[in-house]
Design a protein around this ligand. Structure first.
Ligand code: XMP
Length: 517
């Protein structure tokens, strides 16, 4: 396995994902992690990430000295290269020329890291690589023992190598997709230079997780709040395989799920996969609690509170249970703990089970805690969950409750669920579902005039929303074809009573958010 020390680059998570894609387990730790813990982790190689700082700053972060004493290969990326250079006796200078974006680097002395990996060959026969650069400082003098492996006009030192100690550094970012050969470079490092085996496959991740869950919970009983979302579904399938009947899932039908979703969840888990699923009918309770409330944040709080109440009541029935399973995944751990050292143990707030009664004394089982979303999806498919379930768009915890604008009523939910279903079904029919990151319908409780045949209609409005995004922090509205929108619009107007007008949302995020509430 590989240890990545994080110096604060926005790309650090990508490094871990790429290395795992190469089949090698990797973890991200903060750069100031305890040297003894680093030694004990026994990585076969270390990666020093990029970061926003400059090594000139007196208090700029430095890699712990142990990194260079373990006798294992080290790869420094951008800031990681700078600190390695400074710590091993070279010189780093502020560059007159800051470089962000594409660059073509020339390969110089052959290095084990880059040899034979190239995008082009120049007129003189010299190999070249297309890479993504982002830096303000540059290496001015190599540390003793290092040779120059690649260079460009603006970054004369684009890659370095000390073959005897297996220390390598690159000024560019191999982890971003813009560096065309980036995956090969990282594979070269972890598989060939570090000598790791490509063991981190879906089947092995599952075996490994099952073994750990069994060791953790022994013969005890476990309960899980199953929402039908990807993470809790994969936890359910995994724990069922590990523990069989000792897992009980509690599935709350809030009445605000997608069209026929409650039936699908029960069909998949209860009937098809044979899990113990307790389905709780909560629709009335949720709607009663929401009656008269139009404020989005108040609605979220009410839904969250109802959820906890229902879950608690149900959980109390399982007095033998000692463990509560949660679908926490690695990005939650990294983001909430400010690092992956596992010191903080934060309950994911939108899992809505943060307030269990003290008397229950449940401990947490989080079998996905080390996995990225794409890994969670891959093991979900391997565990036999339907692909449609595993590759579904994200769905907010409060469900359709925040997609009916203002007060939530049963009649509105019914119209919305059906309109949303038509939109999603047509996206799938036209092969557009996977092209967009998230798509859904929104119910607007305003009436607008329409006409069908000779009849005047005065009915509600449905807005369609589809976005493209990578991180859901910013988003672009999806340029869906007009013919497609026309087809969806006609179907909604024809098939659903109570809707006279359909609109398409052309707002980006910012200034809008993805959801309407
Ligand atoms: P916004 O609307 O903030 O949404 O642009 C960004 C992403 O977060 C989802 N979302 C939620 N998820 N509980 C959740 O579990 C919520 O209250 C919630 N609000 C928004 C939204 O669907 C989008 O994917």
């Amino acid at each position: 396995r590989i240890l990545i020390l994080d110096f604060g680059s926005q790309y650090t998570q990508l490094i871990a994902r790429r290395i795992r894609e190469a089949g090698v387990y990797s973890e991200i730790w903060p750069w100031d992690a305890d040297p003894r813990a680093i030694e004990k982790f026994a990585a076969k190689g270390l990666v020093l990430s990029g970061g926003p700082e400059s090594v000139h700053a007196d208090d700029g972060p430095r890699a712990p000295g142990i990194v260079f004493e373990l006798g294992v290969p080290v790869l420094g990326i951008c800031y990681g290269l700078h600190t390695m250079t400074a710590q091993l006796g070279g010189v780093v200078e502020a560059s007159d020329f800051k470089e962000f974006g594409y660059a073509r680097v020339d390969l110089c002395e052959p290095s084990r890291l880059l040899q034979g990996i190239e995008d082009h060959v120049d007129a003189t026969g010299r190999p070249q690589l297309d890479v993504w650069m982002s830096h303000g400082d540059k290496v001015a003098e190599l540390p003793p023992g290092f040779t120059l492996a690649a260079s460009t006009a603006s970054a004369p030192v684009a890659a370095v190598a000390d073959e005897s100690r297996n220390f390598y550094g690159v000024q560019f970012h191999p982890e971003v997709t813009h560096t065309a050969q980036g995956q090969r470079i990282l594979e070269r490092f972890v598989l060939e230079i570090c000598g790791c085996e490509a063991y981190w496959t879906a089947a092995n991740i599952i075996d490994d997780a099952i073994e750990r869950v069994r060791a953790q919970v022994g013969q005890d009983e476990v309960i899980l709040g199953l929402s039908g979302g990807v993470d809790s579904s994969v936890v359910a399938a995994l724990l069922h395989r590990a523990l069989g009947d000792r897992l009980t899932c509690i599935f709350v039908d809030t009445g605000m799920l997608r069209f026929r979703e409650a039936d699908q969840v029960m069909a998949t888990f209860d009937r098809h996969m044979g899990l113990n699923v307790v389905k709780v009918e909560g629709k009335e309770r949720f709607l009663d609690a929401l009656a008269g409330e139009a404020d989005p944040e108040a609605k979220r709080k009410i839904i969250g509170r109802c959820f906890i109440e229902v879950f608690e009541e149900q959980a109390l029935r399982f007095s033998d249970a000692r463990w509560l399973a949660q679908g926490t995944i690695y990005p939650d751990v990294i983001e909430s703990a400010g690092g992956a050292t596992g010191k903080a143990h934060v309950i994911k707030s939108h899992h809505n089970v943060g307030g269990l009664p003290e008397t229950m004394k449940l401990e947490l089982v989080e079998p996905l805690r080390e996995l990225f979303k794409d890994e969670v999806r891959r093991i979900g498919v391997e565990l036999g969950l339907p692909r449609e379930m595993v590759y579904r768009h994200p769905f907010p915890g409060p469900g359709l409750g925040v997609r009916v604008l203002g007060e939530v009523r049963a009649e509105y939910l019914e119209i919305l669920a059906r309109a949303d279903h038509i939109f999603i079904e047509e996206l799938q029919n036209d092969g557009l579902y996977d092209e967009v990151s998230q798509a859904f319908a929104v119910f607007l409780p305003v009436k607008s005039v329409g006409v069908t045949g000779d009849q005047r209609r005065y009915e509600y409005v449905i807005a369609l929303r589809a976005v493209e995004t990578v991180d859901f922090m910013t988003a672009r509205w999806a340029r869906l074809p007009y013919e497609f929108l026309e087809k969806v619009s006609l179907r909604i107007a024809n098939e659903i009573n109570g809707v006279s007008r359909i609109v398409y949302d052309v707002s980006g995020k910012p200034p809008a958010t993805i959801e309407w509430e």
